[in-house]
Design a protein around this ligand. Sequence first.
Ligand code: IPE
Ligand code: IPE
Ligand code: MG
Length: 238
Amino acid sequence: MEEKNMNIPNHVAIILDGNGRWAKKRKMPRNYGHTQGSKVLEKICEEAYKIGIKYLTVYAFSTENWIRPKEEVDALMKLLRNYLSTSIKTSMKNNMKVRIIGDKSALPEDMQESIRKLEEATVNNSGLHFQVAINYGGRDEIIRAVKAISQDIKMNKMDINDIDVTVFERYLDTADIPDPDLLIRTSGEVRLSNFLLWQLAYTEFYFPEVLWPDFNKEELWKAVEYYNGRKRKFGGVS
Ligand code: IPE
Ligand code: IPE
Ligand code: MG
């Protein structure tokens, strides 16, 4: 397929999966897979924007991932912490606007501070809108939104009858971000694992076998090609 004739999805969401299996195949510790996976993510951000993707949202750590062995959780937090504190420079260079989605209040204070700085520094950038889901769960996000709406009703800032889809979306972590057009989950797993439950209502799904640390430019193009072969529908109408 000719790359120039491709219909590029505006928003791509990715469940980065398979780091552990990738490392195991190489007889290496799981954390080696996570380190490799984080390097791949930086490259994919650049590639995604180059091919015209405007929004990229990735699942980096779920509300369920805390039950992994402490050593692994610590290693993942170290990688994320490192990303948050060092990425202002690259984000400014690449004109990238970064937003962290998920329950940030449960993260260590220094990470919350890095998130504030990173989001503030990049808020006016007009390049790739990059959302990283950390301590994110779709159910948790919806419950937090319900609580915030209830609070506003209690304070007489809103009436129950005002609640509709558009109003509800303003209370989600993804407020003002269009819904994903394409979801990619690597490693052959075919489930959502609590990712963007509300936002994926009409998204096209793609489940390649490739493990995340092996994902690259060619794999991204394959995903875009797959998307181009789909006939999108909404309410039975194309
Ligand atoms: C994805 O890789 C990374 C995170 C969930 C943080 P996994 O760690 O889930 O790798 P597998 O699924 O065990 O191979
Ligand atoms: C989902 O992957 C979470 C992230 C990619 C951050 P998991 O590997 O944790 O999900 P399950 O347990 O296989 O469903
Ligand atoms: Mg996994």
